[in-house]
Design a protein around this ligand. Structure first.
Ligand SMILES: *[C@@H]1O[C@H](CO)[C@@H](O)[C@H](O)[C@H]1NC(C)=O
Ligand SMILES: *[C@@H]1O[C@H](CO)[C@@H](O)[C@H](O)[C@H]1NC(C)=O
Ligand SMILES: *[C@@H]1O[C@H](CO)[C@@H](O)[C@H](O)[C@H]1NC(C)=O
Ligand SMILES: *[C@@H]1O[C@H](CO)[C@@H](O)[C@H](O)[C@H]1NC(C)=O
Ligand SMILES: *[C@@H]1O[C@H](CO)[C@@H](O)[C@H](O)[C@H]1NC(C)=O
Ligand SMILES: *[C@@H]1O[C@H](CO)[C@@H](O)[C@H](O)[C@H]1NC(C)=O
Ligand SMILES: *[C@@H]1O[C@H](CO)[C@@H](O)[C@H](O)[C@H]1NC(C)=O
Length: 581
């Protein structure tokens, strides 16, 4: 008895010590991480010399590895944090940064690059030079999570701006940019993509999850803004994405498989990062959207964490139910394949997000899927629903909090005194490795601190979604080759324009935007005066369309009557060569 009591007391003491270690880490690291993040944003950031205003550099490291570029993914994740800080009122000084970011991204969207032009796939280009020119070297492209993450960041700001200014202001300023990204997602989600680590060309859970989120909140924003012509297409494609999302779940292994290709086990930080970047507190512990506290996401988290226990020297001697250092995926060998600060912070964040929901709902459910996760902390726990008044709830939530703090304590242990966070820390001895001052390491640290403080960013409409019983492919939209029942039609039109004037197309099908001038699609002037776009239209159908002119995005004029018209073929591709009338 005495022995048991002593053990319990010393456990208590060490838990307390860890919690105060993390308290101290949060207090000292938060301002350093924020300063480190802002130092990497041009033009005034102290470590981002040469970057245009609003351009986020991935890291100041320009050799071994050279990360002195701007990635759409990293920039959007960083600005999602900044926009949340601003719109929540936590830091009202960030408005100028947000405005610079919007200007920078509006330029980058239009830069023709190896993935295409703005209307022919260029939005999927993963990275650009920091002077806002195209990066033309060989790379894993396209990466289709970028437009979705950028739309999500901008939608957060647009929602604030609707309240701060007016619907019409958002329609004319931010919406055209958001719509480009969302139309890209709606049209291209069902095409293969390089994953967030830029290595595997297949379908990727993180990409699918963030695309689903972007279209859901995009449909809500479009409704608010009166942009009704796009809403049903976004909703349809979001339902298709939600259906597809389910296919990544591996019920036998109890984890989410990160990629459909690549030949790895599929245990990957990809999946818990997806859960935290699609967290919606209103959705509770919904498993269809893999919410942080869902049984699937918790089971998957355990499988992922356990994959690193025996392979990293820094994890040796750690109890089998305590926090350990984790990296991207166990098979990783990039730059030594070590631990990543953002992966470790992400584990903590998923657990803190879970605690937010359990507290709000006053219950914690243990299912057969999440049983192994919870048994780590209480081997006798059984499947059931535990109200906050029960001892089991108290025990499990306290253990999860301790487990979560354990991950931040690991980052704390390997963070140097000056607070700098590189990309990785050594799996052998914990010293910092790879790119120094990784902007995403700072953002991930700051969002995990917010989650620890019980702060969740706004939701996106994840509550109560129903998974369609049959999964459909995209079946429409621009870019790429035709999918089921559609043919890819390239529209070329010879049109002379003046500076600021652009040619758009709209027509009688969903993918031609149902005759909407607002959501008409911009053509590429890459072969000016020939303007071009490729759009998937229904096969064997009567297709009608017209070109329109807009000046700086504002409607100017229709082509003269009648409508252009043709019969689409049953399969293959098709070209229309027109001259503006
Ligand atoms: C809009 O936001 C700015 C910056 O925070 C603030 O100064 C201004 O009062 C706000 N205006 C309205 C109408 O909310
Ligand atoms: C396209 O969607 C279908 C239906 O969900 C799915 O089976 C297929 O794997 C998807 N392909 C890609 C590349 O997303
Ligand atoms: C990626 O995979 C798709 C589908 O298999 C293929 O069409 C495309 O060429 C691949 N891209 C690269 C860069 O390998
Ligand atoms: C286009 O119109 C049809 C028929 O009214 C409707 O079913 C469809 O949802 C619309 N699509 C879009 C993208 O607005
Ligand atoms: C627990 O399960 C019950 C019954 O299925 C459900 O109503 C409740 O929302 C769940 N709570 C959480 C936090 O998952
Ligand atoms: C912070 O400390 C680390 C480790 O000592 C060092 O490598 C790095 O250069 C320091 N950063 C700055 C800005 O002094
Ligand atoms: C359309 O024009 C292109 C050159 O601009 C030409 O190669 C192609 O054959 C034309 N197609 C049709 C169907 O007229």
């Amino acid at each position: 008895m005495r022995q048991v009591l002593l053990t319990a007391l010393s456990l208590c003491a060490s838990v307390f010590a860890q919690s105060s270690t993390v308290d101290t880490y949060v207090t000292t690291e938060a301002p350093l991480a924020k300063a480190g993040l802002l130092a990497n944003i041009g033009a005034s950031g102290s470590k981002s010399e040469g970057a245009k205003a609003g351009v986020v550099i991935a890291s100041p490291s320009n050799v071994n590895p050279n990360y002195l570029y701007t990635w759409t993914r990293d920039s959007s994740v960083v600005f999602k944090y900044i926009i949340d800080e601003f719109t929540s009122g936590a830091d009202t000084t960030l408005l100028g940064q947000i405005q610079n970011f919007i200007t920078a991204e509006s330029t980058l969207q239009q830069v023709s690059n190896p993935s295409g032009t703005v209307s022919s796939g260029g939005l999927g280009e993963p990275k650009f030079n920091i002077d806002e020119t195209a990066f033309t070297g060989a790379w894993g492209r396209p990466q289709r999570d970028g437009p979705a993450l950028r739309a999500t960041a901008m939608i957060g700001y647009a929602n604030w701006l609707v309240k701060n200014t007016s619907v019409s202001n958002v329609v004319s300023t931010l919406w055209p940019m958001i719509e480009l990204d969302l139309n890209y997602v709606a049209s291209n989600w069902n095409q293969s993509t390089f994953d967030l680590w830029e290595e595997i060309n297949s379908s990727s859970f993180f990409t699918t999850a963030v695309q689903h989120r972007a279209l859901r909140e995009g449909a809500i924003l479009a409704t608010t803004l009166g942009q009704t012509s796009v809403v049903s297409n976004y909703q349809t494609q979001a339902a298709n994405l939600l259906c597809f999302l389910q296919s990544y779940w591996n019920p036998t292994g109890g984890y989410i498989t990160a990629n459909t290709g690549g030949g790895r086990s599929g245990r990957d930080a990809n999946t818990h990062l997806a859960s935290i970047h699609t967290f919606d507190p209103a959705a509770g512990c919904d498993a269809a959207t893999f919410q942080p506290c869902s049984d699937r996401a918790l089971s998957s988290l355990k499988v992922y964490v356990d994959a690193f226990r025996s392979i990293y020297t820094v994890n040796s001697g750690v109890a089998s139910n305590a926090a350990v250092a984790t990296g991207r995926y166990p098979e990783d060998s990039y730059m030594g394949g070590s631990a990543w600060f953002l992966a470790v912070a992400g584990v903590a964040e998923q657990l803190y997000d879970s605690l937010i929901v359990w507290k709000a709902q006053g219950t914690l459910n243990v299912t057969s899927t999440s049983l192994a996760f919870f048994q780590q902390f209480e081997s006798s726990v059984a499947v059931g629903s535990y109200a906050s008044s029960t001892a089991t709830y108290t025990t499990l939530t306290a253990a999860v909090k301790t487990f979560a703090d354990g991950f931040l304590a690991i980052n704390a242990k390997y963070t140097p005194a000056n607070g700098s966070l590189s990309e990785q820390f050594s799996r052998n001895d914990g010293t910092e490795l790879s790119a120094a001052d990784l902007t995403w390491s700072y953002a991930a640290t700051l969002t995990s601190f917010n989650a620890r403080a019980g702060i969740a960013s706004p939701g996106w409409g994840a509550a109560g979604l129903v998974v369609p019983s049959v999964c459909q492919t995209s079946g429409g939209g621009g870019g790429g080759s035709g999918s089921a029942g559609t043919v890819a039609v390239t529209f070329n039109v010879d049109a002379t324009t003046f500076l600021g004037e652009d040619i758009y197309i709209t027509g009688n099908t969903d993918s031609l935007q149902n005759w909407s001038t607002d959501s008409a699609m911009i053509l590429s002037p890459a072969n000016y005066p020939i303007w071009s776009i490729t759009v998937n239209v229904p096969a064997s159908s009567d297709i009608q369309y017209k070109y329109i002119r807009k000046v700086n995005g504002a409607f100017e004029s229709w082509e003269s009557d009648p409508n252009n018209e043709f019969q689409s073929p049953a399969s293959g591709t098709f070209t229309r060569n027109d001259t503006w009338r």
